[in-house]
Ligand binder design. Structure first.
Ligand code: 1CP
Length: 345
């Protein structure tokens, strides 16, 4: 199938003279219009579940910057909530969830097919976006990868080292494995519904993959990702999938081939030249400008942006940050990044 949207062309392996661009967390607190809509919604979760307002914030960065992709406005923690976990956000601190640390906690969770009523507003947001996005803009759906989602479900919050999840893995393996299994199966159903609603690409965020090593990486980052991709490809063979095993280091090498991902997103702990040499040989890559440039701007932003576009220009590439843009970013630096990328061609 010949694609015309730049992101879909890059994902199919085409080398474009100017890489398509989008940005992780492109709808977010650095934008005044996002803060206004969030205030109208009341709080972050109400914003996620209000399809009209979630559509609005998804469109805001597209209107302002004309990114090549929009990413559905939602959160990776909505799936645990759909599975029956309590979820709330503490202002200034982040997410809190009821914890899963033993068989009794696990038994209270719902099944993989019981999530859709809870997630119906998210599918509605996807349908709204299909109607309202510009013709050339690709719509990306997403979910958290099982390990990353499990770290939040086990600890009940974000943790710097994912210690509670590692502890359950070593002291309560049957519960840990059952949880990974349930999240894996539910994620297949969740992403499948996003695709049926109109998501053209889906992305799996494994933000904490970097804390898994050796066999653990294979078992809990690589294998669940492969299982999700294999199942989705069976149902939706033409939908490209981006995997993001953040801070995987050497484990990035061969990840696309081993999992069937069409593209691997890369953080900024590795250099663009390293990515070109070790990863782009297998296909499309996405990344990897340090998000701090969106705060600091200036010539350093221009230089690093230029270096990435040049290093990855000989293969299929989607320009992005190495991680999400932070709330203290200056919206003008985002424009400077885009202008720099588009001036290189
Ligand atoms: O307005 C606010 O105060 C909330 C900030 C916020 C936003 C804008 C959160 C809370 N989530 C989101 C949206 C979001 N989250 C998107 C929407 C699309 C976009 O990119 O614009 C996406 C894709 C996510 C994904 C997500 N949520 C991840 C994976 C990516 C990553 O950043 O590593 C993770 C780990 C989460 C959990 C989460 N949600 C929110 C916060 C503050 C966190 C991190 C908690 C922690 O510190 O561990």
């Amino acid at each position: 199938m010949k694609q015309s949207k730049p992101i879909l062309r890059a994902l199919s392996g085409e080398i474009l003279s100017t890489p398509p661009i989008w940005m992780m967390r492109q709808a977010g607190r650095y934008l005044p219009e996002y803060r206004a809509t969030r205030a109208e919604a009341g709080d972050f979760l109400s914003l996620c579940y209000n399809s009209d307002l979630a559509t609005e914030v998804t469109l805001q960065p597209i209107r302002r910057y004309g990114f090549d992709a929009s990413i559905l406005f939602a959160d990776i923690l909505l799936l645990p909530q759909a599975l029956g976990a309590d979820l709330w956000f503490v202002t200034g601190e982040g997410p809190r969830l009821s914890t899963v640390t033993n068989a009794a906690d696990f038994a209270k969770l719902k099944g993989k097919d019981d999530i859709h009523e809870h997630l119906a507003p998210i599918y509605q947001t996807v349908r709204n976006l299909v109607q309202s996005l510009p013709e050339q803009t690709t719509l990306i759906g997403f979910a958290g990868a099982p390990w990353t989602v499990a770290t939040y479900m086990i600890a009940g919050k974000g943790t710097p080292d994912q210690a509670p999840a590692h502890l359950l893995k070593s002291t309560g393996l049957p519960v840990f494995d059952a949880l990974i299994d349930l999240i894996t199966e539910a994620t297949i159903e969740y992403l499948s519904q996003q695709i049926l609603a109109g998501a053209e690409v889906v992305k799996l965020f494994d933000s904490w993959a970097g804390s898994l090593h050796n066999e653990d990486f294979k078992k809990y980052a690589l294998a669940p990702t492969k299982r999700i991709i294999t199942a989705l490809k069976k149902r939706h063979p033409h939908t490209p999938i981006i995997a993001f095993p953040r801070e995987a280091g050497d484990n990035y090498i061969g990840f696309a081939k081993a999992t069937g991902a069409d593209c691997v997103a890369v953080d900024n702990s590795v250099s663009a030249n390293w990515i070109a040499q070790h990863m782009q040989v297998d296909g499309c890559v996405q990344g990897n400008l340090a998000s701090r440039h969106m705060v600091t701007g200036g010539q350093n932003l221009i230089d690093d942006t230029t270096a990435i576009v040049k290093a990855l220009g000989k293969g299929p590439h989607i320009f992005n940050l190495g991680h999400g843009i932070t709330p203290d970013a200056d919206p003008e630096n985002v424009q400077l990044m885009i202008d720099t990328v588009r001036s290189i061609a």
